[in-house]
Design a protein around this ligand. Sequence first.
Ligand code: AMP
Length: 191
Amino acid sequence: MLNIVLFGPPGAGKGTQSEKLIAKYALVHLSTGDILRAEITAGTALGLEAKKLMDQGILVPDEVVIGMISNKLDANKDTNGFIFDGFPRTVAQATALDTLLASKNSAISMMISLVVADEELKSRLLLRGKDSGRADDANPAIIEKRIEEYNSKTAAVASFYETQNKLKSINGIGSIADIFTQICLTIDSNK
Ligand code: AMP
């Protein structure tokens, strides 16, 4: 299986690049942000709880997202592999993901990390907020909080995969097409 963690701060382009990668490599896209937003739309208890945190730019508890990913892995047993987008976001999530995959005789193939400076992220997210309809994109203080959560809790996940020799960093500034080409070259030479 080809299991890719697409990593980077909010606004790095993970969602955009995931869409292109799933088409090219026939992978299942698992975005915890998208799954949580679907729960909110469906009005589930989990969605209502998660919304309170998401609207403030705070991460939802590890056990919530780990449970969601576990269900999705079980529901897609016959896939070529997965793109994990916005997950894992803490070292505890990364450890749990390794355990879940190992129990299915699988593993993460590599982490692709999109590197984008904070100032660029802020302007991209504010722009996206104009039509994404996402409350957490439109407000500068919430954007600031999301970047702070990334720096304090998520950035360490890159070191977790670096220790396993799986970290591949890519410049996330440039045209969508050029960044996609760089990602594909990295995948093809490491899979
Ligand atoms: P995203 O769509 O990836 O930007 O995620 C939007 C929000 O959903 C985040 O700010 C968090 O509140 C929540 N979220 C998404 N994925 C995770 C995760 N893996 N762990 C914790 N919270 C998450």
